[in-house]
Design a protein around this ligand. Structure first.
Ligand SMILES: [Zn+2]
Length: 462
């Protein structure tokens, strides 16, 4: 009996520390797993108070190398410390926003981007918001100091390879003065192109018979001219809703080489939908306004959230997976928000997709105007339906941890002309009309061109 008792005691003695150690171990592990995503050292805080927002945006727009150097370090740190089993933000391929005829004209499927310089823009700010390789941006701006002199309203364009390395950059200083920068080996080479065509006005008028794209082409307009028109009036008019018998009148300046033309600039367009007239008139700042100099644009929210949020993973289309060494683009921004946080639409628009989709989990895609699309992933709940019209700031869902996600967060993407851009630094549309001297000049110019936008040739006088 005694022997049995002693062995029982021995067993108990052994059992007790074993269970305790296991429990403590499990607690430590769970604590580590729960705590890890909240560790501030891995992440950057972007407070949502308006004052700080401005500071952050201004930082990105600093032309100096110093401003960029800081940003590079932060981004690198985020990407290096990312887990290999990092959350995936890919909806199923069939759940992409379906392109219609107008998208086909607007979206550039090649790796080129066209851009109009806005107030406050710097070259490095513009290129990095599109995820262009920062080393190339640094090299280009270091080699050619004149690129700090971009003017408001000027057109620039660039092409990148599949890894977002800059291949070439075009700067249209004026219609007859174009600078082209091409990457040759490890340097950029500048070429100056002086155009010799003659700029002539082109006036086209037509009636809608089938749809705007087809009918505008019948009147001799090119795809890129049609794209400019649909972009200029994207917030006013849904071009798909134009009806048979609606009218359009377009005034364009084209560079003519004999009978051929390559380059053109849309000066003015008027579209009559039923009894309503829509105008888009080019101003000196390179943007289009209504005939009174009023804005044609819509404001956006910078963040799809009402409260402060931490960015746990930044925008990085060149992100390298530390284990596989493969590029696994992060085309959006992750906000570390707890499950159930209201998610807001950043702008007015139409819900294109609202469903569970593969690694993206509960997923919403919204189209804003013609040029902008936003995507929201890993939601706990979807509160909208496909086809629904929504306003800026509308609650569309609750954030969560669905799909392939390693913790509660909101993955948010912004696309301009079908290309992913950094939502934190992107140039969002601003609804500001012309004022003062620029408005006066604009109204004087409009008076001169207004007669050319009449529909006289379409409706014989009665
Ligand atoms: Zn993400």
């Amino acid at each position: 009996m005694q022997q049995i008792d002693s062995s029982d005691i021995e067993k108990k003695d052994l059992k007790f520390p074993f269970i305790t150690i296991s429990v403590v171990f499990i607690i430590i592990i769970s604590f580590y797993l729960l705590w890890r995503p909240l560790n501030p050292e891995r992440t950057i805080y972007i407070p949502l108070t308006p004052q700080v927002q401005t500071t952050v945006i201004e930082n990105h727009q600093l032309p100096s190398a110093v401003g960029n150097a800081t940003i590079v370090r932060l981004d690198d740190r985020v990407s290096q410390e990312q887990e290999p089993e990092e959350s995936l933000d890919q909806p199923k391929p069939e759940d992409d926003v379906i392109k219609d005829e107008i998208d086909e004209v607007i979206d550039q499927d090649d790796n080129s981007v066209q851009y109009t310089v806005n107030r406050g823009d710097t070259l490095s700010g513009i290129l990095t918001q599109y995820g262009v390789n920062r080393n190339d941006v640094y090299l280009l701006t270091k080699q050619f100091k004149q690129l700090t002199n971009l003017r408001i309203g000027q057109q620039i364009s660039w092409t990148v390879d599949t890894e977002h390395n800059l291949k070439s950059f075009n700067w249209i200083i004026s219609n007859n003065n174009i600078r082209i920068y091409e990457k040759v080996n490890d340097n950029f080479v500048e070429r100056i192109e002086t155009r010799e065509g003659i700029w002539k006005p082109f006036n086209a008028q037509g009636l809608i018979d089938s749809n705007f794209v087809v009918d505008a082409k019948k009147q001799g307009l090119t795809s890129s001219e049609i794209a400019t028109i649909t972009k200029a009036l994207q917030w006013q008019l849904d071009f798909r809703r134009l009806k048979k018998g609606d009218k359009f009148s377009v005034l364009i300046s084209r560079e003519m080489f004999g009978d051929n033309h390559e380059n053109s600039q849309l000066l003015a367009v008027r579209i009559q939908n039923g009894n309503k007239d829509y105008y888009a008139i080019l101003a000196e700042d390179g943007h289009y306004y209504d005939k009174n100099g009023g804005s044609l644009s819509q404001n956006f929210l910078r963040y799809p959230l009402a409260k402060q949020a931490r960015i746990s993973s930044g925008f990085n289309p060149r992100r390298l997976n530390p284990v596989t060494k493969k590029v696994t683009p992060h085309n959006g921004v992750d906000f570390a928000v707890s499950r159930g946080t209201p998610v807001l639409s950043v702008g007015e628009g139409e819900v294109m997709i609202a469903k569970y989709s593969g690694s993206a989990g509960n997923f919403i895609a919204i189209r804003h105007g013609r040029q902008y699309t936003t995507k929201y992933m890993h939601l706990d709940k979807i509160l909208v339906k496909a086809g629904q019209k929504i306003k800026k700031g509308d609650k569309i869902g609750l954030s969560g941890n669905t799909g392939r996600s390693t913790g509660p967060h909101l993955h948010f993407e912004l696309y301009i002309d079908g290309k992913p851009v950094n939502p934190i630094t992107a140039n969002l549309p601003v609804s500001e009309g012309l004022t003062g001297k620029s408005k006066k000049t604009f109204l004087e110019q409009f008076k001169k061109i207004e007669p050319k936008l009449s529909f006289e040739s379409l409706t014989p006088s009665n």
